[in-house]
Design a protein around this ligand. Structure first.
Ligand SMILES: NC(=O)c1ccc[n+]([C@@H]2O[C@H](COP(=O)([O-])OP(=O)(O)OC[C@H]3O[C@@H](n4cnc5c(N)ncnc54)[C@H](OP(=O)(O)O)[C@@H]3O)[C@@H](O)[C@H]2O)c1
Length: 326
């Protein structure tokens, strides 16, 4: 395994370069399988696990929490300590069963931040959440309130690092500026959808309710270049299995750049003897930007394939060909 530092200051952490997505653990992925996946990931040196207070509400029409609860049981049963870094999120939990984050999200008020973080700590069995993200934006609450709400938890020691997901870049920058001006901790880990294939950005049904796009595009890349202390955690790096099952590719990838990039990906896969999934992960891992892929898995075979990508080195020529295809 290889490692990378996320965050600055006293709560910065060394995390494995491959993060494990626990979104479906405890719901679609049963407990026995999820425990086996977590055991193997930890054995391989993985220490960066991702969840949310709302995972996976859509699987049973509830409000989520199954993933955090499962991780709490795994931690206790294995005696897991501080070596494992758990990231969770709040803000997109539906306020009532049968609703979702589009029409009825908990949002990012100071009260929600305090109470939801407390519930997440209980479910995970943690005194301190290593990394807590704002899952989606909330334009109904003044940003200052959200910034101060998160900072209060860091000051109390119940949260280590702060992160943000799916927000427009200008909103992230504004929140960080408010925090910096007040001498408060701000978002340091940015979680967005990112993979080798790129979506069209003009498909309205892919936008979050506030009109922002969860995808890390050119604007976010420019922001990361300007702010070297930030890390991009890339969610759905394998496009939910679409590299091996093309029928899963969302229709906003239906544009002329996709076949060109797929051809380059398959060519490099053939040359290296690796799979397209592994080339995708290796391309992210060796990127000039600090990208940390966050993949979900439902079997040990998938996990082994993804772990092996950490040791796959692409040559500068292969990387240049992958970058140039569009
Ligand atoms: N911040 C956000 O808004 C947000 C949104 C989505 C996800 N996330 C986070 O990102 C994590 C990963 O995202 P994701 O599950 O949406 O996407 P992903 O990691 O791109 O895809 C995971 C799925 O891809 C398939 N897969 C994984 N490895 C494979 C392999 N080696 N070969 C073939 N298929 C493979 C599996 O599908 P099957 O199980 O069907 O075989 C697996 O469930 C989540 O667990 C969550 O923590 C965050």
């Amino acid at each position: 395994m290889k490692y990378r530092t996320i965050g600055t200051g006293p709560y910065s952490r060394r995390v494995s370069v491959l993060a494990l997505g626990a979104m479906l653990f405890g719901s679609t992925t049963d407990e026995r399988t999820a425990f086996a996946l977590l055991d193997r990931y930890a054995e391989a040196g993985g220490n960066f696990v991702d969840t949310s207070d709302n995972y996976a509400f859509w699987t049973d029409g509830g409000q989520g929490g199954q993933s955090e609860e499962l991780l709490g049981r795994w931690r206790r049963s294995r005696g897991v300590g501080e070596e494992m870094v758990f990231a969770t999120k709040l803000g997109a939990r539906p306020l009532a069963p049968g609703t979702d984050y589009v029409d009825n999200p908990e949002g990012l008020s100071a009260k929600v931040i305090r109470e939801s973080a407390e519930r997440s700590r209980e479910r995970l069995g943690l005194e301190r959440l290593d990394l807590l993200y704002a899952h989606i934006d909330d334009h109904t609450v003044p940003q200052r309130e959200t910034v101060e709400g998160f900072a209060a938890l860091v000051a109390e020691g119940t949260v280590g690092l702060l992160g943000v997901s799916n927000q427009a870049v200008w909103r992230v920058e504004r929140a960080r500026a408010i925090a910096a001006a007040a001498g408060l901790p701000g978002y340091e880990v940015l979680q967005y959808q990112h993979s080798y294939l790129r979506p069209r950005s003009d498909v309205p049904e892919r936008l979050f309710p506030d009109g922002s796009l969860g995808h890390a595009g050119a604007e976010l890349a420019g922001y990361l270049r300007a702010e070297p202390a930030l890390t991009l955690v890339a969610y759905s790096p394998l496009l939910k299995g679409a590299y091996t099952r093309p029928e899963r590719l969302p229709h906003d990838y239906d544009h002329p750049g996709t076949p060109a990039r797929l051809a380059a990906l398959h060519e490099v896969a053939r040359e290296t003897g690796a799979t397209p999934n592994q080339v995708t992960l290796a391309w992210q891992l060796g990127h000039e930007l600090p990208i940390l892929p966050l993949a979900g898995v439902s079997s040990l075979e998938q996990l082994e394939e993804n772990l092996a990508a950490v040791d796959l080195e692409l040559s500068p020529q292969q990387r240049a060909r992958l970058d140039a295809a569009h």
